[in-house]
Structure formats: structure tokens, C-alpha cells
Design a protein around this ligand. Structure first.
Ligand SMILES: Nc1ncnc2c1ncn2[C@@H]1O[C@H](COP(=O)(O)OP(=O)(O)OP(=O)(O)O)[C@@H](O)[C@H]1O
Length: 258
């Protein structure tokens, strides 16, 4: 039996009178990529925000590696090995790749009165990390993030999570607005992260991208988990669309026709 990394148990969240999460139980095991799917407003972002400490739940519990954790802030989540990569990746575009990798956690050169960031060390580690995450081109780590493509920026963010030993990397729409080659790159980075011992939650509106990379699919509808053990190797995109919408194939076809 795989080791349980995250257990969100009976979690609910109200925004005023809107019930965004309704008794959700959600698990992530060690070394797996979970695809989180659902229509607009299904509750995916809210679930991820609760897990990453950005939003407080109204009820329920979160356990990490079997221990109950009170996620009061994103700092709590990071301290518990959870790193969230949002679409814009929270990278500073004018700073170099190396600086972005260490943002807020820079190695210091010392001892001495003038503690300075250890630039050489950052560049050395950054170069090794880019190789590890699978950026194939030879991009110098002194390059400003602003001149990288969207896919490469995702890679830098994933590399940062890997370096700081996050157990869980949450990727919210990482392939949004990316071209075909770039998307393939991001999917490769995600697989690399899994293969080096990290778990991932992958949220994407494009079901095909999810199918290509995840080990298990969880589907949410109207604040509830309606399926939590779909094996993409044993099902079809059409079936998952039916689960997401709650419509049969013929209903889906007539909805598209109208
Ligand atoms: N800050 C907020 N205040 C009030 N209601 C909110 C807030 N955030 C989300 N909601 C509501 O909670 C429900 C779940 O929204 P959520 O953003 O979690 O869904 P989602 O599955 O991530 O959707 P999408 O795919 O469109 O991002 C929706 O009804 C939404 O309108």
C-alpha cells in the first residue's frame, strides 16, 4: 500500500452563503501525480487554496504524513513540504534564473561583517537544477526570467520546489497559454519531479494534458468529490467528461449541438 502524504478529511468551505467545498475527502499518496478536474466553479481552486494555506477551511481536517496540521498560512504549507506554483509562478521577471530559484532563501557568504549572497553557489546549484528538471537548451542561469518562455518559467518554479525538497508540488493550470512543444516540456518536468520522489497535484482544463501525465484522476462537481480513483490508462477522455459534467454521452452531444 502506498504511503499517504496528504489527507484532507471532510473539508468544507463557505464564502458567505456560497458553499465552495462540501465535505471533501481528498488524498495524495507519495510519488504520484494526481489530476484534479472539474468544471468552472467546481471547487478545485478552493481545495488547493485550503491545502496551500491561502484560505482557511470552514470545517474538516488536514493531515500530512499522518499528522494533523493547522494550515493557517502559506508559510505553514511550505513548512510542511507543500509548494504551490500558480500560473504566473510568482517569479520576479527582472531577476536572473539563479536569483529566482533562491528567492527569499538565498545562501549567504560569510562569516563576516558584510554578509553577502553567495552568487557563485547560487549559480552552481541553479545550473545543476536546470539540468535535473530537464531544460534541454543551454540557458545560462544569469538570464533574466523575463526572457524565458512560459514553459521554461514553469520549469524554474518546479526546480525551486524540487531543490527545497517539497514533498508535494501543486501546479495550477501550468500548461495554460502554452504551445504544443512547451506543453510537452512542462509535462516532462512534472514527470521528472515525480520520478525524483515528489508528489504533484495537476490542475488543468485541458483533459488531454491531464491524461498524458497523471497517475490518478479526481473529479469535483459542485463542491464535492464525485470520483477519486480514475485510472487514465483504463478509461477514455469521453468518460471523464461525463463524470465532470454529470451528463451522459448523448446529453453531452446534444449540449454541444445546441
Ligand atoms: N473569494 C470568493 N468569494 C466568494 N465566492 C467564491 C470565492 N472564490 C470562489 N468562490 C465560489 O466558490 C465556488 C468554487 O470556486 P472555485 O474557484 O474553487 O472553483 P474552480 O473549480 O477552481 O473553478 P475554475 O475552474 O473556474 O477556476 C464557485 O461558486 C465560486 O464562485
Amino acid at each position: 500500500m502506498a504511503e499517504e502524504l496528504v489527507l484532507m478529511d471532510n473539508v468544507s468551505k463557505y464564502y458567505g452563503r456560497v458553499r465552495a467545498l462540501d465535505g471533501v475527502t481528498f488524498r495524495v499518496f507519495k510519488n504520484e501525480i494526481v489530476g484534479l478536474l472539474g468544471d468552472n466553479g467546481a471547487g478545485k481552486s478552493t481545495l488547493i487554496k485550503v491545502l496551500s494555506g491561502a484560505v482557511r477551511s470552514t470545517g474538516g481536517t488536514i493531515s500530512i504524513k499522518g499528522k494533523k496540521v493547522d494550515m493557517r498560512s502559506t508559510a505553514d504549507a511550505i513548512a510542511n513540504g507543500i509548494e504551490t506554483i500558480y500560473q504566473d509562478s510568482a517569479l520576479v521577471t527582472q531577476l536572473s534564473i539563479a536569483r529566482n530559484l533562491f528567492l527569499g532563501r538565498e545562501p549567504i557568504k560569510g562569516p563576516g561583517f558584510f554578509n553577502r549572497m553567495d552568487q557563485a553557489k547560487m549559480e552552481e546549484v541553479a545550473t545543476a537544477l536546470l539540468k535535473r528538471v530537464g531544460i534541454s537548451k543551454n540557458i545560462p542561469v544569469t538570464t533574466p526570467i523575463g526572457s524565458l518562455s512560459g514553459g521554461e518559467r514553469q520549469a524554474v518554479a518546479i526546480a525551486r520546489a524540487m531543490h527545497f525538497h517539497s514533498d508535494l508540488i501543486i501546479l495550477d493550470e501550468p500548461t495554460n497559454n502554452l504551445g504544443v512543444a512547451e506543453t510537452q516540456g512542462v509535462l516532462r518536468f512534472v514527470r521528472n519531479a515525480r520520478d525524483t520522489g515528489h508528489s504533484c497535484i495537476f490542475i488543468a482544463h485541458n483533459i488531454h494534458h491531464v491524461f498524458e501525465v497523471v497517475d490518478r484522476i479526481v473529479v469535483m462537481r459542485q463542491g464535492k468529490v464525485v470520483a477519486d480513483d480514475i485510472d487514465p490508462k483504463k478509461t477514455t477522455v469521453r468518460h471523464v467528461e461525463e463524470v465532470i459534467t454529470g451528463m451522459s454521452e448523448s446529453e453531452l452531444r446534444s449540449a454541444v449541438a445546441h
